[in-house]
Design a protein around this ligand. Structure first.
Ligand code: V1P
Ligand code: CA
Ligand code: ZN
Length: 387
């Protein structure tokens, strides 16, 4: 119908549960699960569903969540209600770091177990060889810790999915292009050499959440610890441009793959690294963001593709729909199909690739020399892993 055909020689699975999309963090909160509805509408309007195996994933069980998270934290998420007083007098903090960033809303536990279930299902499609690329746009919530919520993330679905992959795969490469540091995933696999984590992000210790992810944050300091040099960080400044971002991504990922020889890649595609994002501060366009997905796909390794941040919903939806098309290897028309539901929501921008207008641009604080020094810093870390 739309000329979208199944990819030849490989299988893509798409894991989306519409129950997720109804959830609300609260009127002023930037995280809007509704962006997933917009994404799925565009994916369907183009006819991309013809080219993938679609799954409505089940919720993860509490036992599965406890594979990473501590029991008392999961039990808290299971029983807590928005009306409960969760202020802890003793510590002077809200329990388990809930609060403004991680509010307790109606259906919170359902929300958490659904996005985690989707990432687990997607990972298992890869390990049982039913898919080569598995996509879950509702996942990618990289800040959640073993015993607490952080930065809009409650359950770390990425850690749970990687733990599944590790049952079958000797080495997992985790790449994170969300504008924030993937601190929860880094911390979870800090001491192992079976997962390499690589995050690209805006870094400013005092002013930008979560304040970690400096270039010299590379794993345990003792050289005899297996995890040493297996956490890689690419700290960036405001305003990075398309060509710089693509070159940096390729110049860093290529040697990481060559040196580490992963058997599977997990890609967190946080869309807050796009220009015009409500929380982000880069000047990256949708085509450049997608170029990272296309570049990873070319390695031909099994791939778990996840969402993450992204706070200007129309751009998030366009980026993730475009990246779905790259996964299935379909060329899509640059204008959204006329029958796309909610088309009016996109205002004057019926194109899949809106140009970043000058009002939304950040001054580029990333010099060529700075970016070269970052690549050199990463290469230095990789040298420890050779031979
Ligand atoms: O900056 C902070 C905390 C709150 N302060 C005490 C420090 N929080 C950030 C959290 C950003 C989370 C990003 C998540 C992800 O990486 C993955 C899903 O994208 C924050 C910000 C901000 N501008 O950085 N929270 C909020 N804004 C916020 C705004 C309105 C209502 C609730 C939270
Ligand atoms: Ca990142
Ligand atoms: Zn983010």
């Amino acid at each position: 119908r739309n000329g979208i055909q199944r990819p030849k020689g490989y299988t893509v699975s798409y894991h989306a549960n519409p129950e997720m999309e109804k959830m609300h963090f609260g009127p002023k909160h930037p995280m809007k699960p509704w962006r997933l509805t917009l994404t799925n509408k565009i994916v369907l309007a183009y006819g991309m569903h013809e080219a993938m195996d679609l799954y409505i994933p089940r919720a993860a069980t509490s036992q599965e969540l406890k594979d990473f998270h501590r029991e008392d934290y999961i039990e808290f998420l299971q029983r807590v209600l928005p009306t409960d007083n969760t202020w802890d007098q003793e510590s002077g903090q809200y329990l388990f770091n809930t609060g403004d960033d991680c509010p307790i809303f109606d259906g919170l536990y359902t929300y958490c177990s659904l996005y985690a279930g989707a990432s687990l299902d997607a990972a298992r499609k890869l390990t049982n060889l039913q898919s080569d690329i598995a996509i879950n746009w509702s996942g990618g919530l990289h800040h959640a810790k073993k015993t607490e919520a952080s930065g809009f993330c409650y359950i770390n679905d990425i850690v749970l999915a990687i733990l599944q992959l590790l049952l079958y795969h000797p080495r997992v490469l985790y790449i994170d292009i969300d504008v924030h540091h993937g601190d929860g995933v880094e911390q979870a696999f800090w001491s192992t050499d079976r997962v390499m984590t690589l995050s690209f992000h805006k870094y400013n210790r005092a002013e930008f959440f979560p304040g970690t992810g400096a270039l010299d944050d590379t794993g345990p300091l003792r050289n005899d610890s297996p995890g040493a040099h297996h956490s890689l960080n690419v700290p960036l400044h405001d305003g990075i441009e398309d060509d710089q971002y693509i070159k940096l991504f390729q110049d860093i990922v290529r040697p990481c793959v060559r040196t580490y020889q992963p058997t599977v890649i997990v890609l967190q595609c946080g869309a807050d690294s796009l220009g015009g994002d409500r929380l982000g501060c880069f000047n990256v366009n949708i085509k450049a963001h997608g170029a990272c997905v296309a570049f990873i796909k070319k390695f031909g390794l099994p791939m778990l593709v996840l969402g993450g941040g992204g706070y200007t919903a129309r751009n998030v939806a366009k980026a993730w729909a475009y990246e779905t098309s790259l996964c299935i290897g379909a060329e899509v028309h640059p204008n959204l199909p006329a029958h796309t539901p909610y088309l009016e929501h996109f205002g004057n921008e019926k194109t899949l690739f809106p140009k970043l207008d000058s009002l939304n641009r950040y001054e580029n604080k990333n010099s060529r020399v700075y970016l070269e020094s970052v690549v050199m810093g990463i290469m230095e870390q990789l040298r420890y892993l050779q031979g």
